[in-house]
Design a protein around this ligand. Structure first.
Ligand code: ARG
Length: 457
């Protein structure tokens, strides 16, 4: 029997049920739904709308349901329309009359808006903990590699030397911002829609501040139409998650490259690599490829939410039921991705020699050579031109800036002296960039300390 049997006189067609029901995905909100109902019942009692005895029965009934759902003793009936209907029907089956009073001064519209906020609040705690763990892993790895010189790239062309630590901490900075975005979003989301009712609150003298407080919200949502139809928090949350995936995906792209024989900068631990069914030599980076691939799903979830919302009049419309699968999929995908990505990075072997060898080829010290001339008084543009010509000469003659004899240097400018070799030595190029945010060991160690400080807070 449907909740609305009365106005609707005929039994629902099975095809309506199949299409309309949300139980197969919103059942995961049972904990939030029951928690919200407990706060609602407590408030109804304090406002004199439920008797203390009725409230007691409801609370006891709901705790029993929660306990049995957690232990697996009670299974969610897949024939229920949604989680709200299931909990109410189960409660009423257990405690009778009082159960039928729980929905006083409430609608499923404010109920679902509440459940989803509570759910995302809980999820954000888990996600932030996972991101912090990854940042910790990146910091530990960075600490081992403050002297590991590698090429820094622009346009995927060798550009200037950096260290592996500097590169890893760039990833850490992105993830710190992700944590900031999730935290911001939770701050704005932390308003309670309970009491908004279907759309226009209720005629009962309820206390919305009380339910908001009981559920740990900063306060109630201040417009009932907005309270039941706002899904900004879903968009913001999934948008923050899409950026998390984007960051992971960019890192994954680099890891995939670094694993190739063309680079051989890192090697994945055997436990986090896969093989081929036909090519016996293969060691494939499936994890980073899948993380990169799954980024598309989360972007899709974000677009689904935005598109679902764009034409909706106030207040509740059934379209809003489509929010949940997008939000759940985004959360599940990011959690799963982090679950695999973090230990993969933690266990991957770093090939210092190959990184250094790559940094030693490709004229990564050309800027330093130009800077050398500039420091001796030449305008940068002239120094740039001289060095460019010098590099072209070296390429033509199979030389490097390190191996070119001083007499040859002096053909291009008589400003060059013996000390040019020191100025263009790889380690000096890195450690000479001792500017805030730079790759010099000293700066990277300061950055590391700052990131660890932020994690502590
Ligand atoms: N299952 C619904 C949802 O997810 C709950 C709210 C139902 N409200 C309604 N008026 N049909 O949005």
């Amino acid at each position: 029997m449907k909740l609305w049997a009365g106005r609707i006189q005929q039994e629902a067609d099975q095809r309506l049920n199949d299409f309309d029901a949300s139980i197969h995905f919103d059942s995961r909100l049972y904990k939030q739904d029951i928690g919200g109902s407990m706060a609602h019942a407590t408030m109804l009692r304090d406002c004199g709308i439920l008797s203390p005895a009725e409230c007691e029965q409801i609370l006891a009934g709901l705790s029993g349901i929660l306990r049995e759902l957690e232990s697996g003793e009670l299974l969610i009936d897949p024939e229920s329309e949604d989680i709200h209907t299931f909990v109410e029907a189960e409660l009423t089956a257990r405690i009778g009359e009082a159960g039928k009073k729980l929905h006083t001064a409430r609608s499923r519209n404010d109920q679902i808006a509440l459940d989803l906020r509570l759910y995302l609040r809980d999820e954000s705690t888990l996600l932030i903990a996972q991101l912090q763990e990854l940042i910790r892993v990146l910091c530990d790895k960075a600490e081992e590699h403050t002297e590991t010189v590698m090429p820094g790239y622009t346009h995927l062309q060798r550009a200037q030397p950096i260290t592996f630590a500097h590169h890893l901490l760039a990833w850490a900075q992105m993830l710190l911002r992700d944590i900031g975005r999730l935290t911001d979003c939770c701050g704005r989301m932390n308003r309670c829609p309970l009491g908004c009712g279907a759309l226009a609150t209720t005629t009962y003298p309820i206390d919305r501040d009380m339910t908001a407080q009981l559920l740990g919200f900063e306060g109630p949502v201040l417009n009932s139409l907005d309270g039941v139809s706002d899904r900004d928090f879903c968009v913001e949350f999934v948008s923050a998650l899409a950026l998390v995936m984007t960051h992971l995906s960019r890192a994954c792209e680099e890891i995939v490259l670094w694993c190739s024989w063309e680079f051989r900068f890192v090697e994945l631990d055997d436990r986090f690599a896969t093989g081929s069914s036909i090519m016996p030599q293969k060691k494939n980076p499936d994890i980073p490829e899948l993380v990169r691939g799954k980024t598309g799903r989360v972007n899709g979830d974000l677009l689904a939410l935005l598109t679902m919302l764009k034409g909706l009049p106030l207040a509740y419309n059934k379209d809003l039921q489509e929010d949940k699968e997008a939000v759940f999929d985004a959360c599940d995908t990011v959690k799963m991705a982090l679950e695999a990505f973090t230990p993969m990075v933690e266990t991957m072997a770093v090939n210092r020699e190959n990184m250094r060898a790559a940094a030693a080829k490709g004229f990564l010290n050309a800027t330093d050579c130009a800077d050398y001339l500039t420091k001796k008084g030449l305008p940068f543009r002239d120094a740039y031109k001289i060095t460019g010509t010098l590099v072209a000469f070296c390429i033509e003659n199979g030389q490097t800036l390190e191996t070119l004899p001083l007499e040859e240097y002096r053909q291009f400018s008589d400003v060059f002296e013996e000390d040019v070799y020191e100025a263009i030595a790889l380690d000096n190029c890195v450690n000479g960039r001792n500017v805030l945010g730079g790759p010099a060991g000293e700066q990277v160690r300061l950055q590391l300390e700052d990131i660890r400080d932020q994690l502590q807070r």
